[in-house]
Design a protein around this ligand. Structure first.
Ligand SMILES: Nc1ncnc2c1ncn2[C@@H]1O[C@H](COP(=O)(O)OP(=O)(O)OP(=O)(O)O)[C@@H](O)[C@H]1O
Length: 266
């Protein structure tokens, strides 16, 4: 990988993620060493059940890792309280329960919760940040609509706007393109790319849209059963890292076009 002189927003060292219960530790992935810089758009890719959501929950601080460290702007995530964490990382989960009776503006305003006073009263700065998030995600016409009136694609943009209003150096999204048609999948990923470049935030999202991620993302966190790699799409293509991502009977990775293709010939 080329040296990168931007600031490191997120760094994991020898991170091991998984679950712990009475029966013991269930390790999902280990030796995860991520360096994510300002303005980078990063996709987490891997087959169903490999651990993408577990990784995102761990680096968001809502799930304890088994071992290793996670640093946000040089500060250990373990040492942050909930409020400090909410000013560092915003999280967008698909299928997250939200109060759909809220207006779009009110939902986005919830992103300001880490900063508002105990009455939840919005300051001039809060309102500026909310308006800025609405403008950046081009949802001005939706501002006064109720959330239950929105399509899945519109709601996804509103949830992204809420994360922008939260104004954290890192935004994490779990499968933001689920339920969207091909156009809106591309729209959301291009929007995330634009936001990363314009705001300097590090945006990390889990996705099954491998072809889209290869075309648009700065880096990919590629989760295999044996190892988790992080590098640029071009580097991962050149090392053949996508070749073993899926069983080879139905689809194959075409290195020339840099995309997965269906096998049509027997
Ligand atoms: N609360 C839990 N306790 C124990 N194991 C869990 C728990 N939640 C998930 N798992 C297991 O952890 C593994 C990784 O799950 P995870 O949801 O992180 O995968 P994923 O890559 O996000 O999958 P998908 O692409 O299907 O959404 C799976 O084997 C899953 O069964």
């Amino acid at each position: 990988m080329k040296p990168n002189f931007q600031n490191i927003n997120l760094k994991t060292s020898n991170l091991e993620i998984g679950y712990q219960d009475k029966r013991g530790i269930k390790s999902i992935a280990k030796n995860i060493n991520i360096e994510a810089h300002t303005s980078e758009l990063i996709a987490v890719i891997g087959v169903n059940g490999i651990g993408k959501s577990t990784l995102l929950r761990s680096i968001s601080g809502i799930q304890q890792p088994i071992s290793g460290t996670i640093e946000i702007e040089g500060q250990n995530l373990r040492e942050m309280n909930d409020l400090q964490r909410a000013s560092q990382i915003s999280l967008v989960l698909t299928n997250q329960p939200i109060s759909k009776n809220l207006s779009v503006f009110e939902l986005i305003a919830l992103g300001r919760q880490p900063y508002t006073n105990w009455l939840g009263k919005l300051s001039k700065i809060d309102i500026e940040k909310i308006e800025n998030a609405i403008a950046l995600t081009s949802i001005q016409p939706l501002k006064d609509r109720k959330c239950y009136e929105l399509s899945d694609g519109q709601l996804q943009r509103v949830l992204i706007a809420r994360a922008i209003a939260q104004d954290t150096p890192i935004i994490i999204l779990d499968e933001p393109t689920t339920h969207l048609d091909m156009y809106h999948k591309a729209y959301v990923v291009k929007l995330l790319q634009k936001l990363a470049k314009q705001t300097g935030k590090t945006i990390i999202f889990a996705s099954h849209e491998v072809n889209l991620a290869i075309q648009i993302c700065d880096k990919i966190i590629l989760m295999h059963p044996e190892e988790t790699q992080i590098n640029t799409p071009n580097h991962l293509i050149s090392t053949g890292a996508f070749q073993d991502l899926f069983p080879k009977d139905l689809i194959h990775f075409d290195e020339i076009s840099g995309a997965f293709r269906i096998k049509n010939k027997e």
